[in-house]
Design a protein around this ligand. Structure first.
Ligand SMILES: Cc1cc2nc3c(=O)[nH]c(=O)nc-3n(C[C@H](O)[C@H](O)[C@H](O)COP(=O)(O)OP(=O)(O)OC[C@H]3O[C@@H](n4cnc5c(N)ncnc54)[C@H](O)[C@@H]3O)c2cc1C
Length: 395
């Protein structure tokens, strides 16, 4: 493994760094963006930032040039995430369109579909959501029940999706439906590109434990979707779904903010007292921080190992699952440790005069659980690592 970046990669880093210096608003305050803005204000700020990034050709850098991206290498994507993280800049807004719907349309779409959808995903004019999970189908997506029946030149869709992130904001949904209920469950599934304004679609936001409402229930009652919106072959949606999950997992692994959380924790510890002394002097606390730091380093090297493997042309291995599992679990443990240190101060929010850092740690700890579930739960990742890395028998 080579830990040095090549000169052209350092040049890429410099170009991005200069652009960020010139374009990130001078009064941008990452704490205000993350912890003080109301959901609507944060959304509008992120959309404006998305448009600015798009003007600078910094949206979808991993997309091929022919579709408006930069054809960025994996290392350049890694640098892109590092540089945005360094200045705590927000990510582009159309996360699911850029990470999943767009690349899947490039892979499976017709020329008309690519022309119709891709430019507006990149510009952020059309936001996307992903309709996979249902009340009875999450880890086992092959069991999904939302059905689509052919009628003339349309599919008539009935059923329900759940945990659909961004559905309340999205113009389009990449929707997985059952088009043949008689065959084996991995067959008879199809993927539709669905306009969320179609009559018969109802979106109901779900409020999370953090108080935010970022995902939704989506109901379909005789929603008529044109057959031209079928993505990939009918009844072979399982292959489209596997491609979609592959893009999702490869993205999540690169982007877990464990280093940033560690830095915030290190900044907090000297200001917390244990028995009248700063917690940073406490041996047990120091030991814990050292352990977190070691794990952060190990995760970073695992990401680099993943990239090295991909650069050598070897297909993505189980490092993606190792990274997702260890990163999301570490994030949760670090946030939980901070709330332990803060004790009774942890749950106090910005409106209390005794709040510590606007109550960010309790919110982080509550929110961190989500990353251990989204994109495949920790148990499912452990199964993958157990079976494909350690060669254990299937449970
Ligand atoms: C923040 C967030 C955003 C999300 N966004 C979206 C989205 O945009 N679109 C979308 O479609 N979905 C989304 N999801 C849903 C997510 O993909 C599912 O929650 C996840 O796949 C788990 O499915 P489930 O909730 O149905 O749990 P289940 O699959 O019912 O699992 C329940 C429990 O059983 C365990 N379990 C299940 N199978 C096994 C097994 N084989 N071995 C061992 N243990 C097992 C699980 O680990 C879990 O603890 C989101 C979830 C979160 C938290």
């Amino acid at each position: 493994m080579d830990f040095q970046f090549a000169p052209q990669e350092e040049a890429f880093r410099q170009e991005l760094r200069s652009w960020l210096e010139a374009n990130l608003p001078a009064d941008y305050d990452p704490d205000k963006f993350a912890w003080e803005m109301e959901a609507e204000e944060r959304f509008h700020f992120q959309m404006a930032w998305h448009r600015k990034l798009h003007e600078g050709r910094w949206v979808g850098i991993h997309w091929p040039r022919e579709y408006g991206g930069r054809g960025a290498t994996l290392i350049e994507q890694f640098i892109f995430h590092e540089e945005l993280e360094r200045v705590h800049a927000p990510r582009p807004a159309n996360v699911l369109g850029l990470l999943m719907a767009g690349p899947v349309i490039m892979h499976w779409g017709t020329d008309e579909q690519k022309k119709r959808y891709l430019p507006k995903i990149l510009s952020g004019e059309e936001l996307w959501c992903e309709g996979l999970s249902e009340p009875g189908s999450g880890s086992d997506l092959a069991s999904l029940q939302t059905r689509a029946v052919e009628e003339g030149d349309s599919f008539i869709v009935d059923g329900q999706k759940v945990w659909t992130s961004w559905a309340h904001r999205a113009q389009f949904c990449q929707l997985f439906v059952r088009t043949d209920a008689d065959g084996p469950k991995h067959k008879g599934m199809s993927c539709l590109l669905v306009d969320m304004k179609t009559p018969g679609i109802t979106v109901r936001p779900l409020v999370q434990i953090t108080g935010d409402a970022e995902f939704n229930e989506v109901f379909f009652a005789e929603a008529r979707i044109p057959k031209a919106n079928l993505l990939g072959p009918k009844d072979q949606g399982w292959q489209v779904l596997v491609t979609t999950l592959m893009f999702e997992r490869s993205g999540i692994g690169l982007d877990l903010p464990v280093d940033a959380t560690l830095q915030q924790l290190l900044a907090l510890v000297p200001h917390v007292e244990i028995n009248g002394k700063p917690a940073s002097a406490d041996l047990a606390v120091r030991q814990k921080l050292a352990q977190f730091s070691i794990e952060c380093k190990a995760i970073r090297y695992n990401v680099l190992r993943h990239l090295t493997r991909r650069l050598k042309g070897i297909p993505p291995g189980p490092e993606g699952s190792v990274g997702k599992l260890s990163g999301s679990e570490l994030g949760l443990r670090m946030a939980a440790f901070a709330t332990e240190l803060l004790g009774v101060y942890a749950p106090l929010t910005a409106d209390s005069p005794f709040t510590v850092e606007q109550g960010r740690w309790a919110r982080t700890a509550l929110g961190a659980r989500a990353l251990t579930i989204a994109g495949g739960t920790s148990e499912v990742q452990r199964n993958i690592v157990g079976e494909r890395v350690l060669g254990l028998p299937k449970g």
